[in-house]
Design a protein around this ligand. Structure first.
Ligand SMILES: Cc1ncc(Cn2c(C)c(CCOP(=O)(O)OP(=O)(O)O)sc2=O)c(N)n1
Ligand SMILES: Nc1ncnc2c1ncn2[C@@H]1O[C@H](COP(=O)(O)OP(=O)(O)O)[C@@H](O)[C@H]1O
Ligand SMILES: [Mg+2]
Length: 567
């Protein structure tokens, strides 16, 4: 409990907690320490769920994905300087992925920091944070706490969501003020994420462009998943017959086995589409910036996005449709005449034929039950078990472990695939898994490369401490990308090597969780079935052929060529 505060008085700690509660913040993800330990205690005492982590990066990733899943800003709490910095990767990742989160951090004494007199954990955190987030604010007076919290929550959630930093110096947390006056400084946000209605002329222009298309294509991005306009989007897709490709976190918005899904004919779809409608998807590196040869150089783009400045970022946009996705699709439904937009049957059949070919090819690859176990064998086993349990969240990171799982594990419900996203960040695994389990109560399967897992692996203790229904499945190929690289000049391990004989399954046993080691797909099936049935923390170490991976998975071409290793 905080220092005794006379009943008619309040303090910074209480005002922060009161402001968060007044704005429906139900959970805080963080790591305690000076000067915010008592803030965590008070939040918990006042009914806010506090989830204590082992590293702030994981707490921040949890807050970010909580924001993505709930459309309310996730809240991460960090200590000054090093704790604050540890949270920044997650704050930057949230901003890059457009996930709403607020990182609240304690900070040191302004008058000492600003004169650089050498304070405990001295840092100008506000200045440091500015460049990595959507906005950064500092509260310098106890009476401004309510304003600061309201401002940070609104900024995170309105318009294009993102990460917001809120700096609260220790002295402000410890300041005391009259309770009645304090209560008057708090306010509850009104309509923090207002609808952004599209202009009718923009809607009509988009309809015109789509109506002329011979080979239309819709690209659904994680913004479309985030919008939670699932019915409106599905209605548009099915009423127009337009084929679509989902980006990785938009998988499941329509079930991956939907007849209009062109996910398994992606290259042909991108190459030949003559009108492309981007829905909450940026034309960035993940979509080759809209350039040939991946794309048809004559393609015309319709772009649906809440952020006006996203338009023309990579390609000229013939029909910019600025607005929130739900309002845009409601306007499209209203203003499109019956039959005005219809995907030609020939185009749909061409894509369906290619999909059938590629699905057959994939089926062959999935059948290969070679020994030692291959990625595909393990992933097929995971896919089949999870297929029976559509409420299961899939968290996914790695290189091969990411690229292969994305294509093998199909999704049937929205917002259930949470992965490295736009920034390709390793280390999101345990934080995303913890938040998905905490926010929804549903089971989570985290499909992890063995290197990727290592970035947040200590949170196995957090998962066990809260007894969360998280099953961590490690694709243990003994290395970064693969496990058979050798150092030609000595017996030091190669830079990409990890321990082939690592027993990750023993790690979780140290914290009371259930560990499994699987060397065949059948063992993966049995272990995952049992682990999910238990509803508790578990880890399955899948022993994968060390030669099975390729450098950097699908994006090896991003490695600079240089003159190569001449030595
Ligand atoms: C924070 C961080 N550090 C390093 C990397 C580089 N990196 C790293 C280290 C990856 C791990 C690949 O190894 P893995 O074991 O997780 O997966 P596979 O062996 O299945 O490819 S993937 C990747 O891009 C990164 N993306 N993010
Ligand atoms: N509610 C919303 N309405 C419209 N656009 C949104 C909404 N929420 C997020 N966005 C936009 O969605 C886009 C997400 O793009 P991106 O992260 O590149 O998705 P992906 O990687 O899945 O293609 C961002 O440009 C963001 O501005
Ligand atoms: Mg690996």
């Amino acid at each position: 409990p905080t220092p005794d505060v006379p009943a008619e008085q309040t303090d910074g700690y209480h005002l922060v907690v009161d402001a968060l509660k007044l704005n429906d913040v139900e959970t805080i993800y963080g790591v305690v320490g000076i000067p915010i330990t008592d803030l965590a205690r008070l939040a918990q005492a006042e009914g806010i769920r506090y989830i204590g982590f082992r590293h702030e990066s994981n707490a921040g990733h949890a807050a970010a994905i909580a924001g993505y899943l709930t459309k309310k800003p996730g809240v991460c709490l960090t200590v000054s300087a090093p704790g604050f910095l540890n949270g920044l990767v997650a704050l930057a990742n949230a901003t890059t992925n457009c996930f709403p989160m607020v990182q609240i951090s304690g900070s040191s004494e302004r008058h000492v920091v600003d004169l650089k007199q050498g304070d405990y954990e001295e840092m100008d955190q506000l200045a440091a944070a500015q460049q990595f987030c959507k906005a950064a604010y500092r509260v310098s007076r106890v009476e401004d706490i309510g304003r600061g919290i309201a401002r940070a929550l609104r900024t995170a959630i309105s318009g294009r969501p993102g990460g917001v930093y809120l700096d609260i110096p220790a002295a402000v947390l410890g300041s005391i003020m009259d309770a009645e006056a304090g209560a008057k400084t708090l306010s509850r946000l009104v309509d923090p994420a207002p609808r952004q209605l599209p202009a009718p002329e923009a809607v009509d222009r988009a309809i015109e462009v789509l109506a002329t298309a011979e080979r239309p294509l819709v690209v659904l991005g994680k913004g479309a998943a985030y919008a939670q306009a699932d019915d409106q989007i599905r209605e548009f897709i099915e009423s127009t017959g337009i084929p679509y490709v989902p980006m990785s976190m938009a998988k499941g918005l329509l079930p991956d086995d939907h007849p209009q899904s062109a996910a398994t004919a992606r290259s042909l779809a991108l190459k030949k589409a003559d009108v492309v409608m981007l829905v909450g998807a940026r034309l960035n590196w993940l979509l080759n910036h809209g350039q040939a040869p991946q794309w048809n150089p004559d393609a015309k783009f319709v772009q649906v996005d809440i952020e006006p400045t996203e338009m023309d970022s990579n390609q000229p946009i013939a029909a910019p449709l600025v607005g929130d996705i739900e309002s845009v699709f409601e306007a499209l439904a209203e203003r499109t005449k019956p039959g005005q937009i219809a995907a030609p049957t020939a185009w749909r059949e061409e894509l369906a034929a290619r999909s059938a070919q590629n699905v057959a090819k994939m089926a062959e690859r999935l059948k290969a039950d070679k020994h030692p176990m291959q990625f595909m064998g393990a992933l097929k086993a995971i896919r089949d078990v999870v297929h029976e349990r559509p409420e299961t969240y899939i968290v996914n990171e790695g290189a091969n472990a990411l690229d292969l799982a994305r294509n093998v594990i199909d999704m049937h419900v929205p917002r259930h695939r949470l992965d490295s996203g736009t920034w390709g960040v390793m280390g999101i695994g345990m934080g995303y898994a913890i938040a998905a389990a905490v926010e929804t109560g549903d089971p989570v399967v985290a499909v992890e490369g063995d290197s990727a897992f290592g970035f947040s692996g200590m949170e196995l203790e957090t998962i066990c401490r809260y007894n969360l229904p998280v099953v961590t499945v490690i694709m243990n190929n003994g290395g970064v990308y693969r496990g058979d690289d050798v150092n030609p000049l000595g017996d030091a391990p190669a830079p990409t090597a990890l321990m082939i004989e690592a027993r990750h399954d023993k790690m979780i046993e140290a914290f009371g969780g259930k560990g499994y080691r699987a060397t065949t797909p059948a063992e993966v099936t049995a272990a995952l079935t049992e682990a999910l049935a238990s509803g508790g923390p578990a880890l399955i170490d899948c022993v994968i052929d060390p030669s099975a991976g390729t450098e950097s998975g699908n994006i090896g071409h991003l490695n600079p060529k240089g003159i190569g290793l001449t030595k």
